[in-house]
Every structure is written in C-alpha cells, then in structure tokens.
Design a protein around this ligand. Structure first.
Ligand code: AMP
Ligand code: MG
Length: 304
C-alpha cells in the first residue's frame, strides 16, 4: 500500500498507485478484495468528498474543452450489475454535455459486425477537447467474444496486441486513456439482481442474460485477468476498482480522474485577441451605450 500526502479524498491512500494494474504485472482477481475500502472511510464521510471531486471534475472537463488540445477516454468495464451506469450517473454526470458524452457498446450491429472489431471504437474515440466515456468498450471483443466463443481463439488471442496498438495510436494523437474494471463479488451481484427483482423501478434492467452470464463467472474472471494483465500500459492503464461498496467505487474513480487530470496542469487558453485593444473598444462601446441610454431617458421625458 502506498501512502502519500492527503489528497482531495482526505484519505492517505493514493488510489492511483494503489489500484493501478502495473504494466507487465499478472492480475489475480481473487487476491483483490471487492469490498475493500480505505481505512476510516465510510459512506457518510465520503459524501462531501465525492461532491468536491465531482465538482472539480466538471471544472477539469471544462479545461479540456477550452484548451481544445487533448481529449480523455474513460473505459468502464465490469460484469453485469458491477455499477457502470451508477458510476456514470454519480461521478461523471456533472460534466457539461458540451464536450462530454457517453457511448454504450452493445451487441455489434450488422454494419459494425461487418467491420474490424476496432472500427466502432475508433469511430467513437474522442475528438480534441472531448471527454468520452465508453460504457463497455472494445474490450468486449476479448471478453464476451472469448467466453462465448464468438470467434476462434486464434482470432481473439491476437486482439490484445491490436488493442495496445490502437490505444497507443490514439494516445499519440493526444488522447489520455483511463480504464476502470469494476470488481464486484458474486454475492454482491446476486444481491443487486435481487434489488432489481423487488424494486419495480429497477425491473427494466433485468435481462435473461444476467443469469446465463453469471453461470460463466469463472470464464469471465479468466478473460478479465488476461485482458487486464496484457493491456495495462503506461499510456492506457487499467485500475481494478473494488466495487462492492458503491460509495468507495465512486470516490476511487472520481479521485483517480481528478488526480490524473490535475497532473496535466491545464490552463484556460491564452486569448486570441489583443486584450488592450479590446478593452479600449469595450470602453468606447460602454460610452456609446450610456449616451444612447440617456438619450432614451430624455426622449421619454419629452413625451406628452
Ligand atoms: P448492457 O451493457 O447490459 O446494455 O448489455 C450490452 C450487451 O452487449 C452485453 O451483454 C455485452 O456483452 C454485449 N456486447 C457488447 N459488445 C459486444 C461484442 N463486441 N460482441 C458481442 N456482444 C457484445
Ligand atoms: Mg446488462
């Protein structure tokens, strides 16, 4: 565990260092507790910190937009009910739709399936100045595609290197990439399935696939472990986020995003005009406005 100065979270833990998958390391998910929470933190104490984080994130996103030099791609992956939608709502929801968007990766359409698997990811990758959240991502092509044998091993096994090349490519074009695996336990997943069942407002989320996929848990864990191990790079790192506690998940992701974006030391761009000249013009406009206003008042008095 790495300790650092107190961060925006008020905790001593540097989540970026603590939760990152070190490039080249081998991930064993069974050794990572999905219920982990930073010492002394609790849901109640996290609310104020999360609010600060969310607000700061909105400011940082505004800077990305204003700078119009770089972009940010956030990939969210996790098993069903791991909390991808909740993360978007609670952590990323305060960003300005002007410059931020979410793209959900579903079963590929006929058009998408007729192309290379990275085609749709590249199309949705952020433009300069944009923040894009992938709700699921091109990683489905080494997860569900592998677990369900949608393509032969000889095809999916070559995709890790191709994903790394793709991510390097867009990174060199100015995109920062952060990838989060929301790590939940199978008990917590079942608990969340139960909530969906008993709460009529959540029933729309239930899909039969939830239960067929759950049976394939060990296969998914293996697929995730390989994906996390082979595609966490210094430019596009993976973070394993303990996600049984929603408040911890939100705080950890929010903090990692804020810390990473703050390290870019972004500034609002320099003005593109001569400010002294514009100031002079402003004062002229202000004088003219005053004259017009006083003229209107005088005209008003003269009316019968
Ligand atoms: P949801 O995220 O619950 O809306 O479900 C989207 C579904 O689309 C999940 O079951 C994913 O596994 C599936 N999906 C996403 N990408 C792919 C892909 N490349 N190939 C097959 N299924 C996919
Ligand atoms: Mg689902």
């Amino acid at each position: 565990m790495t300790h650092s100065r107190k961060s925006i979270t008020g905790s001593n833990i540097d989540y970026r260092k603590h939760l990152i998958v070190k490039p080249g390391s081998k991930v064993d998910l069974s050794s990572i507790d999905p219920g982990f929470k930073a010492p002394h933190d609790s849901k109640a104490s996290s609310q104020g910190l999360l609010a600060k984080c969310v607000q700061r994130l909105a400011e940082l996103q505004y800077l990305i937009y204003a700078e119009n030099r770089r972009s940010l791609l956030i990939c969210l992956q996790g098993l069903d009910a791991a909390g991808k939608d909740g993360t978007i709502r609670h952590v990323l929801g305060a960003m300005n739709p002007q410059g931020a968007r979410v793209h959900a990766f579903k079963v590929p359409s006929t058009l998408e399936a007729a192309h290379d698997f990275l085609w749709r990811a590249h199309q949705q990758a952020p433009a300069r100045g944009e923040v894009v959240v992938f709700n699921r991502s091109h990683y489905e092509d080494v997860l569900v595609a592998r677990v369900h044998g949608l393509v032969p091993k000889d095809v999916w096994s070559k995709r890790y290197d191709r994903i790394n090349d793709f991510e390097k490519n867009i990174t060199q074009g100015g995109t920062h990439i952060l990838k989060f695996f929301l790590h939940i336990s199978d008990e917590e997943q079942l608990q969340r399935f139960k909530q969906r069942l008993v709460d009529p407002k959540r029933q729309w989320k239930i899909s039969e696939a939830d239960y067929t996929e759950r049976k394939l848990w060990p296969e998914y864990v293996r697929a995730y472990e390989e994906a996390l191990s082979r595609t966490s790079t210094s430019n596009a790192p993976w973070f394993v986020i303990p996600a049984d506690r929603k408040w911890f998940r939100n705080l950890a992701i929010g903090t990692i995003l804020v810390q990473t974006l703050e390290s870019l030391r972004m500034k609002t761009p320099a003005p593109t005009v001569d400010i002294d000249d514009i100031r002079r013009r402003y004062h002229v406009a202000q004088r003219d406005q005053k004259k017009v206003a006083s003229g209107q008042r005088t005209a008003g008095f003269n009316q019968p």
